[in-house]
Design a protein around this ligand. Structure first.
Ligand code: KG4
Ligand code: ZN
Length: 346
């Protein structure tokens, strides 16, 4: 029985996992609080985590019908993320493990996303027996990465974004057209009614031989387009077409580059995780392209795409099973922890 805490950004989350099964997963989102400011305010996030951490942890233990005495280990996100936000969950988990005299594990947030596609829903449980080598796309508000997962817990970063992340591109585009933060889900909703071919936006680095991404040029071209066609924002049809067209450009780049990496490396399976993986067009396109290319596809369940402690707990338990020892109780948060440094063996 392991308790995991996640507080790297604007979700306070606690989960209890046991033998790969998620016994409880409680997420308290601060989205509404930050939405007023058009983005996450780090100081507010830390204060909210402090306020929510104990009620969320108590709820997770209660839902799993366990008390702290039942816990065999405690884990928390160690990085990357907002320093003060990370600190609340990380230090709380460390203190709990210390008091309970149980192992403590600090987990890399993106490594947790990386394995979340292997967790199926109803009931939430990890199926590592069906694990196979894969190319993994991690797409969130802060990061866009392609990772080659050679075997369980052995992975290598292939590429990442040179500027804006895919989620950031959704959010900043939304801001330009007056949508509330985070705009990704709203663009997804509006795009369903729009024509993805209505406007032609650039697909940055789509034909680049490497695995890196860049989305700031796309965002800038949307800015100029909206500046030059202000009347567009008066028509709900044009707004839907604009959302569908921008979304198509983002999805196109993500899907093509992921499949290209899989082909180049001779990998037969693709996985995707992170908040943007909730996007319906991305899920549809990945499904269609993988079918056409006879590639297996595992998409993280929607509830595990956005930040949550369940994925942190699943990975922590897996690491313990693979022989990882307790981290020291004196360890510190790592707000800029590169994924490469968290990787076990390449
Ligand atoms: O993984 P996540 O919860 O937090 C980070 O670690 O960043 O991802 C949040 C991001 C936001 O940029 C949000 O706009 C985006 O995921 N997002 C979506 C959708 N749902 C969330 N983007 C596009 N379509 C969606 N349906
Ligand atoms: Zn995340």
């Amino acid at each position: 029985m392991l308790l995991a805490l996640e507080t790297s950004c604007d979700e306070t989350s606690a989960a209890v996992v046991h033998n790969g099964r998620v016994l409880s997963s409680v997420v308290s989102s601060q989205i509404r609080l930050h939405s007023e400011y058009g983005g996450v305010v780090p100081e507010l996030a830390a204060r909210e985590h402090l306020r929510n951490l104990i009620p969320v942890t108590t709820a997770a233990l209660a839902q799993a019908r366990v008390t702290a005495d039942h816990l065999e280990a405690v884990a928390a996100t160690q990085g990357p993320g907002l320093p003060h936000a990370l600190m609340t969950g990380f230090k709380t988990a460390q203190a709990m493990a210390f008091a309970l005299r149980k192992p403590f594990l600090g987990i890399h947030h993106h490594e947790a996303h990386l394995y979340s596609p292997w967790v199926s829903s109803r009931p939430l449980a990890a199926y590592f027996t069906s694990f196979e080598p894969n190319i993994s796309l991690i797409v969130s508000g802060g990061h866009t990465m392609l990772v080659h997962v050679r075997s369980e817990l052995k992975h290598r970063l292939l590429g990442s974004t040179m500027d804006d992340a895919a989620g950031e591109c959704f959010d900043k585009t939304g801001k330009l057209i007056g949508l509330p933060y985070p705009a990704g889900p709203e663009i997804d909703r509006l795009a369903e009614k729009g024509n993805p071919k209505a406007f032609d936006f650039p697909r940055p680095m789509i034909n680049d031989p490497g695995d890196d991404f860049s989305f700031s040029g796309l965002k800038t071209s949307v800015r100029y387009f909206v500046r030059d066609h202000p009347a567009l924002l008066d028509s709900s049809k044009d707004i839907s077409d604009l959302c569908a067209s921008v979304q198509a450009a983002i999805v196109d780049v993500l899907v093509k580059k992921t499949v290209k990496a899989a082909r180049r490396l001779g990998v037969q399976c693709i996985t995707a995780s992170g908040g943007v993986t909730c996007n319906r067009a991305l899920r549809r396109e990945l499904t269609a392209v993988c079918q056409a290319n006879r590639l297996k596809l595992r998409l993280a369940e929607n509830e595990l795409c956005t930040d949550n402690a369940a994925m942190v707990g699943i990975l922590a338990e897996r690491k313990l099973r693979h022989g990882r020892q307790s981290d020291p109780f004196t360890g510190e948060i790592r707000p800029n922890w590169p994924l490469e440094e968290a990787l076990a063996v390449v």
